[in-house]
Write a protein that binds this ligand. Sequence first.
Ligand code: F6R
Length: 242
Amino acid sequence: MNILTFDSTDKLNEAGAGIITGLIQTNRRAVLGLATGGTPVGIYKEVVASYERGLVSFREATTFNLDEYVGLPETHPESYHSYMQSHLFNYIDLPASSAHIPDGNAADLQAECLRYNMLLDKAGQIDLQLLGLGHNGHIGFNEPDHALTGGTHIVTLRDETRQANARFFDSIDQVPTHALTMGVGTILQAKMILLVVRGADKAEIVHRALTGPITTDCPASLLQTHPHLVVLLDSEAGRLFQ
Ligand code: F6R
C-alpha cells in the first residue's frame, strides 16, 4: 500500500486527477470505476481541466459507478446519475453508452443487480477503482455488517450514512433508505484502487481501516489485502499516520 499525504486539497486533487488521466493516456481503453460524494468533486474538476487542455480523451474509455440510490429519479439533483453528469460526464468526450451506473429505479432491482454484474463481467477487470470512505468504514455503499457481498446488490443504508448524506438534501427524510452498490468482491478485483480521504472527521476511520484488523465491521479494512492500493490523504485525514 502506498499512502501519500498532501498539505493542500489542490495538490491532492491534482494528484488524484493525474493518476486517472495518466492511466487513460497510457491505455485509452481503460475501464474506470468511479465514485460520487463530496470527496472526488475536486478531482473530477482537475480531470475536466486536463481534458479541456487537450491532454486526455475518454472516447475509448468505459466507466462503472459504484452505486446509486434506490427510488430517487435520475433527474433528481442528488441522484448519482445527475452527480456524474454535472461533475464529469457533461464536460468530457466519454460516449454516453460507455458510462454505466446502476439503475436505482429499475422495476426489478434484483434483475438490475444481475444486469450490472454481467456488464462488469463483460468489460473485464476494472483498471482503476476510485473510492471515497464513509465515516463508518463503508466503501461504495458496502456498510459494516457480519458478512459482506461480493457482487452488485441492494443495501439498506445505515442511519449514520443517511445522516452524513443529509447535507446534500433539504432534510434527512429525503435521503433514500436503500441503494444499489457494487460489492466488495468486484471492488477488490480492480487492478488498482485509489482511495481518497479528506478531513479531520475521517482521521480515525482511515487509520483504523488501513492499520487495524481486517473485518467486515469495517469494509474498507479489506483494502489492506489489495496488491495495488494507493491512498491519497489530506493532512487532516492523515493525522494519525504521522
Ligand atoms: C460514493 C460512495 C461512498 C462515498 C463515501 C464518502 O459513490 O460510494 O462510499 O465515497 O460515503 O462520501 P463523501 O466523499 O461525501 O464523504
